[in-house]
Design a protein around this ligand. Structure first.
Ligand code: 5GP
Ligand code: MG
Length: 476
């Protein structure tokens, strides 16, 4: 028995090595890994990869696992066989009882008894995990463990070769300006989007460096005779935000059905955070980047004053007082990006009593940028290393831009990094970022004035007003 297992294991290792040299794609190579492991151990196998924040484990490829198990959700890297992150093999002898299992009901349903998780490492850093799931013949011998260790080492070779290849391709593409910024994770997924809006949305997320997973999980909503009779699969999962996003670009009649499903989902899974983007929300998001049907819209008028010049002045004064107190004995750098912050920053600094520096950044938006990926068109001139930075914003809407800027500033190691925004539109937030100082929370309407523009108009209004933005009417 031992000898024949030996032979099987050796044959599998040989096959994987051959595949590394003969198969073209990473997926093709990994296919040999999971299939080889599953067959030689009479089990199921999968490869999971850590996301860029090293917080979530995302399913990459598997053999012998039912789809509903794969779709069960994103795994918390700490909780999911936590020791995987510390570069050790993890054995779960009895999966039905182990507290490290995150989806115990799923384990029961599939009938898994033991799990082995082996870290996949590159240069000593864990990037993912190779997992074996047993249904019969539970438990693992030392022999099994060394075999899986060898296969995990081969998987590391597959990933490190791919990274090297990508790095040289990126170099080449960057030189001719055609770079496609994709993480190793995104490249190894083959995604077929259901419609063009989803693909466009994924491109926007990629552009702003926001991690996403497409249709990561199906939530059962109804059961009959012990079977699931209705499910709901949100379009995206954003691990950084720990929320699901559903895009509806459908007709109103179909939206009603979707709303019903979403209500049911919230009842059944109250811990799940899901954001629904209606067609109008989505078109407004696109319009901000100069694309989509609303990009042609016109601002007819400024219909209402939201905050008068006096109200703004008072609030700015209050914020400046708070900043002066919080930064007593320090010399903060206030940074603004793009143009909308201009009035706010000018008024703010004149009310702050501590000494300070100012600096400016420029970034390209999705839609106006030449290649994919946000470009910093102008970085800060001052060194912010070990300095106290306050990012000054006109308005935080989805939070996508701010999130990107903060990530960029953090790489320059400031002593602290705070955000001060005049306006905050919480209702439309997609990416959560902490905001230390807020002027006003604004309603879900487009605002202009006091530095904020609509297509470069209205910046010079002394107050903040609501703009009546409409598509050009057809009969005119
Ligand atoms: P976010 O990335 O948070 O969605 O967008 C932030 C940027 O979008 C702001 O800095 C601002 O330039 C623009 N923006 C968002 N909402 C409005 C608005 O209501 N009025 C104006 N003028 N600009 C807005
Ligand atoms: Mg801005």
């Amino acid at each position: 028995m031992g000898a024949s297992k030996d032979k099987t294991y050796c044959r599998t290792l040989r096959r994987v090595i051959t595949a590394i040299h003969s198969e073209e794609s990473v997926r093709g190579k990994l296919g040999f890994v999971v299939r080889g492991v599953a067959r030689s151990m009479d089990a199921s196998a999968s490869v999971l990869l850590l996301d860029s924040d090293r917080k979530k484990l995302i399913h990459n490829i598997s053999w012998g696992l039912p789809q509903y198990y794969i779709n069960k959700g994103v795994l918390d890297a700490e909780k999911s066989l936590g020791e995987t992150l510390s570069a050790e093999a993890v054995v779960i002898e009895d999966a039905s009882k182990d507290s490290r299992i995150q989806y115990p009901e799923m384990i029961k349903k599939v009938g898994i008894c033991s799990i082995l998780g082996m870290p996949i490492k590159i240069d000593g850093v864990v990037i993912g995990s190779l997992r074996v799931y047993q249904k019969t013949d539970c438990g693992f011998t030392n022999h099994d463990i060394s075999f899986i260790n060898a296969v995990a080492n081969l998987a590391s070779i597959i990933f490190s070769e791919d990274m090297l290849k990508q790095a040289s391709e990126i170099d080449a593409l960057e030189n001719n300006g055609a770079i496609t910024k994709k993480t190793a994770l995104q490249q190894s997924r083959e995604i077929k989007f259901v419609n063009a809006s989803e693909e466009q949305f994924a491109r926007i997320l990629d552009f702003y460096d926001i991690e996403w997973v497409y249709e990561p999980r199906s939530f059962p909503l109804k059961w009959s005779d012990g079977h699931v009779s209705e499910m709901f699969t949100p379009d995206f999962y954003l691990p950084q935000l720990e929320s699901y996003i559903e895009l509806t670009t459908l007709k109103q009649s179909l939206v009603t059905d979707k709303n019903r499903k979403l209500r049911r989902l919230k009842e059944l899974y109250p811990e799940i955070k899901i954001i629904l983007l209606y067609k109008k929300d989505y078109e407004r998001l696109l319009a901000k980047y100069g694309v989509g049907p609303l990009a042609q819209a016109r601002c007819h008028d400024v219909t209402r004053v939201l905050y008068s010049a006096a109200e703004i002045g008072e609030r700015v004064c209050e914020i400046a007082k708070k900043i002066s107190k919080d930064y007593k004995g320090k010399r903060p750098i206030l940074i603004g990006a793009q143009r909308g912050f201009i009035c706010f920053m000018a008024d703010l600094i004149r009310q702050i009593s501590v000494p300070l520096d100012i600096d400016f950044m420029g970034i390209s938006y999705y839609g106006e940028a030449k290649g994919p990926g946000v470009k910093i068109t102008k970085d800060v001139d001052l060194s912010i290393r070990d300095r106290h930075v306050i990012m000054v914003e006109d308005i935080v809407d989805t939070g996508i831009t701010l999130n990107y800027i903060l990530k960029h500033l953090k790489t320059q190691n400031p002593a602290s990094l705070a955000v001060c925004t005049l306006l905050d539109r919480r209702a439309r937030r997609l990416v959560e970022t902490p905001i230390e100082y807020t002027g006003f929370e604004v309603p879900d309407e487009f605002v202009v004035g006091y530095g904020l523009d609509y297509m470069e108009e209205y910046r010079n209004l002394p107050f903040i007003g609501i703009a009546d933005v409409r598509k050009p009417s057809k009969n005119k």
